[in-house]
Write a protein that binds this ligand. Structure first.
Ligand code: AHG
Ligand code: MN
Ligand code: MN
Length: 338
């Protein structure tokens, strides 16, 4: 009966209050991120109405075409996050270098990394897209000085919080602060994110696989054999997994998180490190999926244990339901050893 008053902001503050010595700064950061998400959500919803579609004509640091909404989202995140006094630096998929906090704002003890708009090639077709973020504590002294590269280049296991926002048939904000995974749906009339997915657990058994099968020819033999294995499930008296591939990592992983599945962006003969970015995409998604009971590996190692060397480095990723990741790992290892 009535409204569910567990808003995202309340949930975050109540969660932080349980931690002895917590200052409330992380809560404030997550709250500010949710404001940016609301603004981006509004703009994404208007995308077909205003003259915002199409390319800016520029390339981002990865040499890919940037759409206007990518830059809009990047700017909104920066503007929502630069003045809170909790961050000492930021980094974004859309900017080559570390982003400094302007001198006239206070600097704090956290670092924020983000992919402002994920799946942007889908915008024109009204397909789900997202925002991904990752938060670390700085390792250089918290003395008001600018954050440095080493503050950003920490392995994923050092994340203190991570999350994503899916702009789909509704807007959903999913986050973890290391104590489970929670999802909040934006009520457009109320203007608030309300708890809709409490303590999300990914089914141990997958029923979906998500991979760009167009690249089959370039895959390594172990991966080809694994995909063949799941497609041959009928031979073992089981229903084969369904293929579902949107081409927006956030949306693909969100669906697999709820239904059980594996998402793969592998290394292949053309791209030895795969396509997806360790700092903006793979680490935050790995933190979420592990917190929900799943796994995320690069083929042999846990994604979150990789020591980063570059803000924009790419890494192959196998992520999702535990049983499926265990199985693909077995196939990849057999291949390495043969
Ligand atoms: P972005 O829009 O941030 O550049 O990311 C796109 C990514 C990711 O969302 C998706 O999983 C992947 O690109 C799809 O790549 P393919 O088109 O090669 O399958
Ligand atoms: Mn992306
Ligand atoms: Mn992006």
């Amino acid at each position: 009966m009535g409204i569910n008053f567990m808003t995202l902001t309340r949930h975050i503050y109540e969660g932080e209050r349980k931690i002895p010595g917590a200052t409330g700064e992380l809560s404030a950061l997550l709250h500010e991120l949710s404001l940016a998400a609301k603004v981006i959500s509004l703009e994404v919803n208007k995308a077909g109405l205003v003259d915002i579609l199409g390319f800016t004509g520029d390339n981002n640091v990865h040499g890919e075409k940037v759409k206007k909404l990518d830059m809009y989202s990047h700017d909104m995140l920066f503007r929502a996050m630069d003045h809170g006094g909790h961050l000492c630096a930021m980094a974004s998929e859309e900017e080559e270098d570390i982003i400094h906090i302007p001198d006239h704002h206070k600097r704090g003890k956290y670092v924020l990394l983000f992919d402002p708009l994920d799946g942007s090639s889908n915008i024109d077709a009204n397909v789900s897209i997202g925002t991904i973020f990752s938060i670390y504590k700085r390792i250089t002294p918290d003395d008001g000085s600018p954050g440095r590269m080493e503050d950003c280049l920490q392995p994923g296991i050092k994340q203190v919080a991570a999350g994503y926002v899916v702009y789909g048939s509704s807007t959903i904000f999913v986050y973890t602060a290391g104590d489970g995974v929670y999802g909040f749906t934006l009520d457009p009339a109320f203007g608030e994110f309300l708890l809709s997915h409490n303590n999300i657990r990914i089914p141990e058994q997958a029923s979906i696989y998500s991979i760009n099968e167009g690249n089959y020819k370039y895959w390594k033999p172990g991966l080809k054999k694994y995909i063949k294995y799941i497609q041959d499930a009928y031979d073992r008296g089981r229903k084969p997994y369904s293929t579902r591939y949107i081409g927006s990592m956030v949306a693909d992983i969100h669906r697999n998180l709820l239904y059980g599945g594996i998402f793969i962006y592998p290394a292949d003969r053309r791209n030895p490190n795969g396509k997806l970015r360790l700092m903006y995409e793979c680490n935050p998604m790995a933190f979420i999926i592990e917190q929900a009971g799943g796994r995320a590996i690069d083929g042999s190692k846990r994604i979150m244990e990789i020591q980063p060397t570059d803000l924009h480095q790419r890494v192959p990723i196998y992520i999702g339901s535990k049983n499926a990741v265990d199985k693909v790992e077995e196939y990849l290892q057999k291949d390495e050893n043969s």
